[in-house]
Design a binder for this molecule. Structure first.
Ligand code: SF4
Length: 743
């Protein structure tokens, strides 16, 4: 009797020794790099450098896999090198299928540069798998779209072949999974890979490049990620709703969450891996390894019985060493069986978005309760420490983008000017990795030291009597948990006689009375309140400009050093300039959030309207004008500026339009200012994109994204007596074209 999938999972996890019970049993999963030869020259791999000979023949393959060791093998993945370079691939597949009667699924991973071979072989492989009742999937490596893929793989003209191979697979009804290995070369290209996968209805996975024994890439780890920013960006990407909402497998989503946590805050691997207890790798030459990370072969299956090799004493000892020294830090995306409770939790959270909210609210209610009974850790007093006076900055730090980083720069400048004794600034962030990246991109003339600490540090804060707490940058808005927590911190300072100020904040929107009440309490506790716009507040406050202007107009910025980021930026502009397009117009579009939509149209309709209107504009642009899309927010809670940019790119590609380009890197404030100086004009939707352009005196046309009423962008242009803007409801490409022609 066939059990339903979910019940079967429980059965396997709890009753099948080894699957979930961490006992060394016959391998259910086999990884089989069938050849070490490859004709791709991937930057993060060295396997292609040597010619491999004397690889297992189909007869040897059949002999090895017929061994009793493999009698429970259910999944086998053929990889390489490049499997299609084996002339006898079909015979090898047949040998595997004949030898493994219990095999449920077979996959082949290919670079996809040989569509003609696939055209010939795929129908035959599909027929074989059908005969043996085995599910078949083709995995195709996609490390970027178009030129980027060719740049990573160093194969000119390769992208068109990959697309052809995908078409061949589709026409043979073969499920395709695109697999993107992410390194410093393509980390900012992941949005486009995702867009491609979604547009073509393809399953996808993203993995971070890592050292893999069979790829001989230990000496080229400098080709992997080269900064914490890459890790932080990638972590945000794989856990964003744009990825998780289209990743069906809950185990994969849990893997992404675990990976993201480790890349940003550290810690050991929690993700399970079949290769720890019930998986094995057989190399192209018949050597057995525990997994592709394992460095020493366990034995040679050509000369020794595979069962003996697998269960030999030295194999077990090697496994113990692997488990204790390598697995905890392993980021390889080999999968395993997650605890069913975690799977259920993940499925419920995805299916019912209120489920995580309930969990969050119960934690919140518990914290409130603890506080009511005086056992909240933030009720502790502040001790008198001997350190020099510090400015402690709180606010909603941890989810910021380049505009927010300019605001942070501005509030730090204001604080330094008003409190010259505060030489040490501590910014508290829920995502210190993210905030540290932005702080590194800020320049200050004075001898300020700025450190970023995790927000929880406030549980055990040491402060001197001269310290000041600031809610700086803000905004103070509907975020009940943050308001509650920050109010506790503020109470802690104020009760101990220390000063608390609000600097350069925004206010609202609020949805609940609770948040508004907490926000009002925060206002009431401040010795000084300074806001960046006019609001109806219950306290007196000082009105000042957006702090981003303070920073961007301060003139403290340094020329960025020659760095990887600067090189990529320069390369991008050089490439655009070779097209004879010498007038560079920056385009920054953002997706519409429902909270900014006061119109009768849906946000999706408004998104379409903007993209269509800008496309009309592009079609009419003179040939010497290059329109370059620049994201000011590459991935903010799943709302990325890359979304409208990539939709426009699709339209331009289909219409063979050459003067639209997409820049995809996430730049810090210093690099962004340097980059923007190359532009002649701008058309911007994001408020801070407009501020960056205005601060550099570059003519900019603003698109106010608050549909149906004047929002921040409209307000900004009005304050400058500048008519070069329109609300998205009235967006008209002819008007923008006139603006471009006038400049
Ligand atoms: S090192 Fe990585 S791939 Fe190998 S068994 Fe451990 S977790 Fe799995």
């Amino acid at each position: 009797m066939k059990l339903p999938k979910s019940i079967n999972y429980f059965y396997e996890y709890y009753l099948n020794p080894g699957f979930g019970n961490q006992r060394y049993i016959l391998p259910s999963h086999v990884n089989f790099p069938i050849t070490d030869n490859c004709n791709s020259k991937c930057r993060m791999c060295n396997v292609w450098k040597d010619k491999s000979e004397n690889e297992l023949t189909p007869e040897e393959i059949q002999t090895i896999y017929s061994n009793k060791l493999f009698k429970n093998t259910k999944h086998l993945g053929i990889s390489g090198g490049e499997p299609t370079l084996r002339k006898d691939l079909l015979a090898c597949v047949e040998a595997i299928l004949t030898a493994l009667p219990r095999l449920k699924s077979l996959s082949i991973t290919s670079h996809g540069f040989h569509p003609t071979k696939w055209q010939r072989q795929l129908p035959l492989i599909v027929a074989l798998c059908k005969k043996y009742n085995t599910f078949f999937k083709l995995n195709i490596s996609v490390d970027g779209i178009g030129e980027l893929h060719e740049e990573v793989r160093r194969i000119e003209g390769g992208w068109a072949k990959v697309v052809e191979t995908i078409d061949v697979a589709k026409s043979n009804n073969v499920p395709v999974q695109i697999q993107c290995t992410v390194s410093k070369h393509n980390v900012f290209g992941v949005n486009e890979v995702l867009h491609f996968a979604k547009s073509n209805n393809l399953e996808y996975i993203f993995r971070r490049a890592t050292s893999i024994n069979r790829l001989y890439n230990h000496e080229i780890t400098n080709e992997f990620f080269n900064s914490n920013q890459d890790d932080s960006f990638f972590a945000d990407f794989v856990t964003s709703t744009s990825v998780t909402h289209t990743t069906e497998n809950p185990g994969r989503r849990l893997f992404y969450k675990d990976l993201a946590k480790r890349l940003t805050v550290g810690g050991n691997r929690k993700a399970p891996c079949h290769f720890q207890y019930n998986g094995v790798l057989i190399s192209a030459h018949g050597e057995m390894y525990h997994c592709s990370i394992d460095e020493e072969p366990l034995g040679d299956c050509r000369t020794t019985d595979p069962y003996e090799v697998y269960f030999a004493q030295n194999s077990r000892e090697q496994l113990e060493a692997l488990l204790s020294s390598t697995c905890p830090s392993c980021i390889h995306d080999q999968s395993g069986a997650w605890n069913p409770i975690l799977i259920i939790n993940e499925v419920l959270s995805q299916k019912f978005p209120f489920f995580p909210k309930i969990k969050q609210l119960s934690t919140f209610a518990f914290a409130n309760l603890k506080s009511a009974f005086g056992i909240s850790p933030r009720n502790i007093g502040i001790s008198e420490a001997k350190n020099t006076a510090q400015a402690h900055i709180i606010g909603a730090y941890g989810g910021e983008h380049v505009g927010d980083s300019a605001i942070l720069g501005g509030v730090i400048l204001r604080i330094a000017e008003r409190h010259p004794n505060l030489k040490n600034v501590v910014v508290y962030s829920k995502r210190p990795d993210r905030t540290k990246f932005w702080v590194r991109g800020l320049d200050f003339e004075s001898e300020l030291t700025i450190v970023v600490k995790p927000y929880t540090i406030l549980n055990a804060l040491e402060a001197s009597a001269k310290d000041v707490l600031f809610w700086a940058g803000g905004p103070i808005m509907e975020m009940p948990i943050d308001l509650f927590e920050h109010l506790k911190t503020i109470d802690c300072f104020v009760k101990n006689g220390l000063r608390f100020e609000i600097v350069g904040c925004g206010w609202g929107p609020f949805k609940t009375k609770y948040s508004r009440a907490k926000a009002n309490s925060i206002l009431n506790k401040a010795a000084k309140v300074e806001m960046r716009d006019k609001y109806d507040l219950p306290v007196e406050y000082q009105l000042n400009q957006d702090p981003a202007f303070d920073y961007l107009l301060s003139g403290v910025h340094k020329e960025p050093k020659i760095s990887w980021s600067r090189k990529k930026t320069d390369d991008f502009l050089d490439k655009v300039k070779t097209t004879q397009q010498d007038t560079l117009v920056l385009l920054n579009l953002r997706p519409i959030w429902d909270k900014y939509n006061k119109s009768n149209q849906s946000s999706a309709e408004l998104d379409d309207q903007v993209v269509n209107e800008v496309f009309q504009l592009i079609k009419k642009l003179p040939h010497h004008v290059a329109l370059i899309s620049v994201p000011f927010n590459t991935d903010h809670y799943g709302f990325s500026d890359m979304e409208p940019a990539l939709r426009l790119k699709d339209k331009c590609t289909a219409a063979k339009i050459k003067n639209f380009h997409v820049f995809d890197r996430e730049l810090n404030a210093r690099d962004m200012q340097y980059f923007l100086k190359s532009f002649d004009l701008g058309i911007c939707m994001r408020f801070h994109a407009c501020i960056f352009m205005k601060s550099l005196d570059i003519p900019v046309y603003g698109i106010d994204y608050t549909a149906g009423e004047i929002g921040k962008v409209g307000g900004l242009f009005k304050s400058f007596n500048d008519d070069n803007w329109s609300n998205i409801m009235d967006l008209n490409h002819k008007q923008i074209l006139k603006f471009i022609e006038r400049q």
